[in-house]
Design a protein around this ligand. Structure first.
Ligand SMILES: NC(=O)c1ccc[n+]([C@@H]2O[C@H](COP(=O)([O-])OP(=O)(O)OC[C@H]3O[C@@H](n4cnc5c(N)ncnc54)[C@H](O)[C@@H]3O)[C@@H](O)[C@H]2O)c1
Length: 560
């Protein structure tokens, strides 16, 4: 029987709604997390999964004894900026640290301990935080440093772990500032600290992986092979491809792996735990189902499938078998998109009500399966599976209705439409548009987003690689138009002043973040970055768009 997990107790030094919001966001605490503040009496802790202490607060000796018993019985205690200043304080004795006086707030560099610890698996070795550092002084020998901060060339402990009984205490002085709490790497560590410790070495297992469909350099098989090779905890053991030359390419790129012709042979191999599917889209649903039914976790290329019915059956199969199903929506980590998302999430645009995206150029569509509607699912599915995914990430909730118009006017030798415009309408009046075009000689902006406080425009910045060859002279290479990053301009309206324009830099690159998340999920129980439910909504919109375009632009209502 499925019982819902116990709630989390969030004990804050004082009631501060803005801080509570940041804590709930960074630690992914849902409504079931119970808030208590200040002098309220400490009750029975057995009904909680974990306790978060936020900020320095007076905790009676009896409550500290309860907290100790709670941890010894397997509970997780996370103390953020809550370490007392004196060793005589009973809480200091429990945490195993005292905090020094806070120093001026500034940008600091946090370094992970070199000791093996599941909390630090696949975390960047160093990351920046803005914090008023209160360095921690260790009181007990069983306290292990997790994070150090470099201050005047000296590494000082800023987050530590203490294990007592079956549970764990993590004390962090990083995260006292809300800005630090929202740093992704710190958020991952603190969220892991909310869980009971894993059995010894559980986080250090290796997931034996295979790839079905091996597109060599330039194709996705090679990308996944490289992602696996670069991700601790994943190991590539086999590949499967119908084509002799593709299998040969795979074994040359990744020597020592097995190569199968038939997916059934791979499905039968009990050693394979995770299958990454990188075949053309029309084959995804059947292959993913075959692998899930064979007991394998599945990471599928986008688009997950071509119909909502297929998405539902894949989600059901993953649930029924207790397996992971995720989708390589790798463009959720694109540096320009992350900068857009950051502007939206930090409220710089106010409430957003219109999202327009565009991809295209005026050139002959590729003469490969991507241009074949039967295999690709149609023009909306190819790039749309990324752009509609971005749209639905920015405008949450399923649209009320979708319509689309397609043109077939120039490129008659391929079956994908030359251009498709997809319109999405939400029941509260929000709207979105996506255009994919092979007949647009002047590109529209990649992003055009309107909110109640301003507008964000992202214009493509085409890349051109130029060189002078000693023998042949000038050479110039232009990558595919869709790979051009966007230059982001944020324009905000201020009453009584006017419009202020700001250029937004891209967020830093996060290579192979998708693969890292899969390993974190399978080995440590971290939440999936790309859930199949979120991708089902994308497929729902794309399927409706293709149906609307066939019906001449009819508005298709979306029921769940
Ligand atoms: N996430 C991204 O940014 C991104 C980028 C490009 C492509 N893709 C997706 O990745 C997938 C693969 O694209 P690609 O460009 O690498 O394609 P590709 O055509 O280069 O490679 C696909 C391979 O799959 C093999 N194959 C086909 N059916 C098979 C089957 N039933 N069993 C075993 N092998 C089979 C083919 O022989 C081929 O070698 C597509 O779904 C595409 O949409 C995603």
């Amino acid at each position: 029987m499925n019982s819902s997990p116990k709630p989390i107790l969030l004990a804050m030094a004082r009631l501060d709604r803005a801080r509570e919001h940041v804590l709930r966001t960074a630690l992914r605490l849902n409504e079931s997390a119970l808030l208590r503040t200040g002098a309220e009496a400490w009750g029975e802790l057995r009904s909680y999964r974990s306790v978060v202490l936020d900020g320095l607060q007076p905790i009676p000796k009896s409550a500290v004894a309860q907290l100790q018993a709670f941890v010894e019985n397997g509970g997780a205690l996370l103390a953020i900026g809550a370490a007392p200043a004196t060793a005589a304080d009973p809480l200091a004795a429990l945490l195993g640290v005292v905090a020094e006086t806070a120093r001026p707030q500034c940008e600091l560099f946090s370094k992970c301990s070199r000791e093996t610890n599941e909390l630090l698996e696949r975390i960047d070795a160093e990351f920046a935080v803005v914090e008023a550092l209160a360095a921690l002084q260790v009181l007990h020998a069983d306290v292990r440093a997790l994070l150090y901060v470099n201050w005047a060339l000296k590494d000082e402990p800023a987050a530590v772990e203490r294990r007592i009984g079956d549970g764990r205490i993590v004390t962090s002085s990083l995260g006292s500032s809300s800005q630090a709490l929202l740093v992704p790497a710190l958020g991952v560590i603190l969220r892991r600290a909310l869980r009971s410790p894993l059995p010894a070495a559980a986080g250090r297992r290796t997931i034996t992986s295979a790839i079905v469909g091996y597109g060599p350099a330039g194709g996705m098989g090679f990308v996944h092979g490289s992602g696996i090779a670069r991700t601790a905890g994943l190991q590539l053991a086999a590949v499967c491809d119908l084509s002799d030359s593709r299998r040969a390419a795979a074994t040359a790129d990744f020597p020592g792996i097995a190569a199968h012709v038939n997916a059934a042979d791979l499905a039968r191999d009990p050693a394979i735990q995770l299958v990454l599917i990188a075949t053309p889209p029309e084959t995804h649903a059947a292959l993913a189902l075959q692998m899930l039914e064979a007991g394998k976790h599945v990471a599928c290329e986008k688009p997950l499938c071509l119909t909502t019915e297929e998405a539902d059956s894949l989600i059901a199969a993953a649930r029924a078998n207790g397996l992971m199903l995720s989708i390589n929506q790798n463009r959720r980590w694109d540096p320009d998109y992350l900068a857009v998302q950051r502007a939206v999430h930090t409220g710089l645009l106010g409430d957003i009500f219109n999202v327009e995206t565009f991809v295209g150029s005026f050139e002959h569509p590729c003469r490969y399966w991507h241009s074949d509607a039967q295999v690709s699912g149609g023009v909306a599915f190819d790039w749309g599976s990324h752009y509609i995914d971005w749209t639905l990430q920015l405008l949450p909730g399923l649209p009320r209705a979708v319509s689309a118009l397609a043109h077939k006017r120039v490129w008659h030798d391929v079956t994908n439409a030359d251009q498709m415009r997809v319109r999405m309408l939400w029941s509260d009046g929000r709207e979105a548009e996506f255009i994919a075009s092979d007949v647009a000689a002047v590109p529209k902006p990649k992003f055009y987003i309107q909110g109640t406080a301003g507008t964000l425009a992202g214009h493509y910045r085409p890349l051109l690689f130029e060189r002078l060859d000693a023998a042949t002279g000038y050479e110039a290479k232009q990558p595919h138009f869709a790979e051009a990053p966007a230059t982001l301009l944020l324009a905000r309206f201020e009453s009584g002043y006017g419009i202020t324009e700001t250029k937004l830099p891209p967020q830093p690159q996060q290579p192979f973040a998708f693969h890292r998340n899969i390993a974190d999920h399978l080995l440590l129980g971290d939440e999936l970055a790309v859930t199949p439910e979120s991708v089902r909504s994308v497929i729902r919109v794309l399927e409706a768009a293709e149906a609307s375009a066939k019906a001449g632009g009819e508005l298709i209502p979306l029921e769940k």
